[in-house]
Write a protein that binds this ligand. Structure first.
Ligand code: 6R9
Length: 574
């Protein structure tokens, strides 16, 4: 493995919510942070109370909690309004006979109804199940039947993907838009909301009470239902404060859909626990519309993903120049490794650092991040959050020394850790097979200074001529080449070398595939990284297969290359 960093981008001095990482890390105790919440006094809590009602009862009642916009709708809601609307929704569910612990799914575009509905569901102690609107019938069916969902909130267009006859537990289909014909079991959201009281006695729950069930796809087999609890709020709150660096006057925009954990932990819980104004943009990605959103709403904190930043980079610097993005104060990224080239480009066009954050559906909240008050080493995901012990271990659980590639693991027992895989205890146990550790399935190393460097999923690490190569460093070098917009790298079995490196790339606009160009790209990687890391094969694709959350699906590239079954494709982007 090549260790070749120490490009550093220093922090800009300023008033960050976390001023000194080192001292916070040494002295931190979760118990201190927990004092912020009701259970400290009463033994009971509720996420929706802390996120919405607490503010609605206090000084922030008339502060805008949610700004919503898509190409047709532009709306905003104060904390007080959201409190009343979510009370109505909670009462609506109660009226349908739904109670604590039952599963309510949301299968629709991310409009305000989703945010109201999620809060209302939590207020009565029921469990939220968010789904991407793009899921087709079998993906929806798998998840609803595994969770034995009793109700689903959806639209007249999407309801046809919900086969009621195959879902015996599903009693209610709540439709949020207009339709002319109503089937038995369908509920008119607007009528039922109007008929429900805006007064609700919130259901106080234990901190271990289930909150949300996020389905995440494994590479093989059916999706796993990752279960989180209300007590996760401590970590959502604290990371909102320290990592997102949220302040009172921030306009915060997380670009993720609630179907992905980023769209709930950081698109709902963290900002509202911190009393921030949360902007939600519906509709699909477009560089122009995204920049317009930042400009028009004066977005200050922006949380997005490498795939989006790479697309913005490919759209060209002129696009950036056409907008006033001077409101931006803090930019963050999650979901995939953040290529150093993207960070350098961000410095050039936004004049700001993009802060990488690493975590997973299973971890529920940030684990390893770049804090605003910390030097960034481009290509590194940063350092563990205070209260989190991260390590690189071998397959038997032994700690590995710095700069050795191994399993990225976290010492068990942090507040936002998943509490179960729904209906699948043995899958849950697998994560904890090395005593005392949560094994992430990611491959990484830690440098001498404690920065963590992601290399790939453990299954994606390539063994070529006896060298272990992480696909990420090859991909990052590839996207430094001006012709390459995106890259996905796999190991392809080879009788002599074990595996060879094969790269799939998408070209930037204005470039055509020629054998000279591909050779130039190969030489570029060889000179920039090493001979053994240079792809022996490069194939140009129109676009790379990605998940709905923007992750390049290397296992799909590999399966296709080898003519093998592609496994679960329910989360693939179309
Ligand atoms: C939040 C989220 C988790 C997997 C994770 C890793 C990859 C996420 C990353 C990253 C490198 C980062 N991943 N953040 N890889 N650098 N900053 O993405 O959850 O959808 O469950 O995915 O995503 O491989 O294990 P989830």
């Amino acid at each position: 493995m090549t260790v070749q960093h120490i490009e550093t981008i220093p922090s800009v001095p300023g008033n960050h919510n976390l001023q000194s990482y080192e001292s916070a890390y040494r002295s931190f105790r979760w118990e201190e942070a927990e004092k912020h919440f009701t259970w400290h006094r009463t033994g009971k809590c509720n996420m929706a109370y802390e996120a919405i009602d607490r503010h609605a009862e206090g000084a922030l009642a008339n502060k805008v909690a949610l700004i919503y916009e898509d190409d047709d709708r532009k709306e905003s809601y104060t904390f007080e309004q959201l409190s009343k609307l979510s009370n109505r929704f909670g009462n609506m569910l109660k009226g349908l006979g739904i109670g604590q612990g039952e599963r309510i799914f949301f299968f629709m575009p991310r409009t305000p109804e989703v945010y109201v509905g999620i809060m209302g569901t939590l207020k009565i102690g029921a469990i939220v199940g968010p789904l991407f609107e793009a899921f087709m019938e079998s993906a929806v069916t798998d998840r609803l039947s595994d969770a034995e969902a009793v109700a689903i909130v959806t639209t007249s267009k999407l309801k046809h993907r919900i086969p009621r006859d195959r879902l015996p537990h599903l009693k209610h289909v709540i439709i949020v838009d207009e339709q002319t014909e109503w089937q038995p079991g369908e509920v008119d959201f607007h009528v039922a909301m109007a008929q429900s009281s805006e007064e609700l006695d919130i259901t106080w729950v234990d901190r271990e009470h289930p909150l949300i069930l996020h389905y995440t796809s494994g590479s093989t087999g059916k999706p796993k239902g990752v279960l989180h609890v209300h007590g996760a709020m401590v970590q959502h709150y604290l990371t909102g404060k320290w990592v997102l660096d949220l302040r009172d006057d921030d306009i915060y925009w997380c670009t993720a859909d609630p179907g992905w954990v980023t769209g709930t932990s950081y698109g709902i819980f963290a900002p509202w626990l911190n009393g921030a104004t949360n902007l939600v943009r519906g509709g699909r990605f477009s560089p122009e519309r995204w920049y317009r959103t930042i400009q028009d709403h004066k977005v200050t904190v922006w949380y997005s993903a490498p795939t989006a930043f790479r697309m913005l980079m490919a759209a060209g610097d002129e696009t950036v120049d056409a907008y006033d993005l001077s409101s931006l104060r803090h930019i963050l990224s999650v979901g995939e490794p953040l290529n150093p080239e993207v960070i350098r480009w961000g410095m050039k066009v936004y004049g700001r650092r993009i802060h990488d954050t690493w975590w997973m559906t299973e971890t529920g909240a940030h684990m390893i991040v770049n804090f605003p008050a910390m030097d960034i080493r481009p290509g590194s995901m940063g350092k563990p959050l205070p209260g989190i012990e991260a390590a690189i271990i071998d397959d038997r659980g032994n700690l590995l020394p710095p700069n050795r590639l191994g399993n990225l693991a976290i010492r068990t027992g942090w507040p936002s850790m998943m509490r179960a895989i729904w209906n699948n205890p043995s899958k849950y146990e697998e994560y904890f097979r090395l005593s005392g550790w949560y094994v992430s399935g990611d491959s990484a190393y830690m440098d001498e200074d404690g920065y963590f460097w992601f290399q790939g999923r453990v299954d994606d690490v390539i063994n070529t001529s006896g060298e272990r190569v992480g696909p990420f460093e090859v991909e990052s070098k590839l996207v430094e080449h001006p012709a390459v917009a995106e890259a996905g790298v796999i190991g392809k079995p080879d009788p002599i070398r074990g595996e060879i490196i094969k790269a799939f790339i998408a070209l930037r606009e204005g470039y055509a595939e020629t054998s000279e160009l591909l050779e130039e790209i190969r030489v570029f990687v060889r000179n920039g990284l090493s001979a053994h890391a240079a792809p022996r094969e490069i194939e140009v694709l129109g676009k790379l297969p990605k998940t709905r959350s923007g992750k390049i699906m290397r296992r799909v590239l590999k399966a296709q290359e080898l003519g093998l079954p592609t496994g679960d494709l329910s989360t693939i982007d179309d």
